[in-house]
Write a protein that binds this ligand. Structure first.
Ligand SMILES: Nc1ncnc2c1ncn2[C@@H]1O[C@H](COP(=O)(O)OP(=O)(O)OP(=O)(O)O)[C@@H](O)[C@H]1O
Ligand SMILES: [Mg+2]
Length: 232
């Protein structure tokens, strides 16, 4: 579903050039749940942002479902990003003044759906992340894990091809982290959602099928996991 060939992302120029990604290649199949790991500064966020079309690569090729997105015109990239890509941020990125349901349905409404239809889509998405009955709460009235699950509901409401999450549990305690990871696992198991998640916690690998590890902008290992999170 995703094919990445020799992807590079450099920041700055001349002596100050930072090679955040220095030639990374891999493929991700539909329905896979992949973790991207590596030390701080190894290029994880840079990679995820390029895959989610939030940033451009300096060089290399990037194909989604046969579509060479790395060379699409910006208007088509924007459309793809808005309608096909789900992105979950470390800090939830919710709007504080809006209820859980409103945070989820604002995107559907932007796409031109009616308020009633958008609200129904939002309730269904909130249900999938275990937040039935909490649709009227504003973010301040939710725990960290619940806030992150609202953000996941917002991402799945558009039924994305691929869901990306950059350290979604970084601000959460173990209990809330487990709830969030269980939601991802459930979406992956029951709905075949393709998920690419950046994490630095080894125990999170119990939830995923595969672990890609970066070091200084280079892919240093790519391993399939078994049920217990051990390498196969
Ligand atoms: N906008 C930018 N301008 C210049 N350098 C950048 C920029 N964004 C990232 N970098 C550099 O690129 C490298 C990779 O950064 P990136 O954010 O991808 O790392 P990361 O693996 O996500 O780290 P962390 O685990 O700390 O989130 C780092 O050396 C970083 O300083
Ligand atoms: Mg990062």
């Amino acid at each position: 579903m995703i094919v990445v060939k020799d992807l590079k992302r450099y920041y700055g120029s001349g002596q100050n050039t930072v090679k955040a990604l220095n030639g990374v290649s891999f493929e991700i199949k539909k329905g896979e749940f992949v973790a991207i790991m590596g030390a701080s500064g190894s290029g994880k966020t840079t990679l995820l942002r390029i895959l989610a079309l939030l940033d451009d690569a300096t060089a290399g090729e990037y194909t989604i479902r046969g579509l060479k997105v790395s060379s699409l015109p910006e208007a088509e990239r924007s459309y793809y990003r808005l309608t096909q890509v789900g992105y979950v941020f470390q800090d939830y990125a919710l709007i504080n003044e809006m209820s859980a349901a409103e945070n989820v349905y604002v995107l559907s409404m932007m796409e031109g759906k009616s308020k009633k239809e958008s609200y129904e889509i939002a309730l269904e998405a909130l249900d999938k992340v275990g937040l039935t009955g909490k649709q009227d709460r504003i973010p301040d009235e939710l725990s960290g894990g619940e806030k992150q699950r609202v953000a996941i509901a917002r991402a799945i409401a558009k039924k994305p091809d691929i869901m990306f999450a950059d350290e979604p549990c970084a601000n959460l305690d173990t209990n809330n982290s487990k709830q969030v990871l269980d939601v991802f696992k459930d979406l992956n198991d029951k709905h075949g959602q393709t998920i690419v998640m950046v994490t630095h916690e080894q125990w999170h690998t119990e939830y995923v099928d595969r672990v890609i590890t970066l070091e200084d902008g280079i892919l240093v290992s790519d391993e399939m996991m078994d049920e217990s999170g051990e390498e196969k």
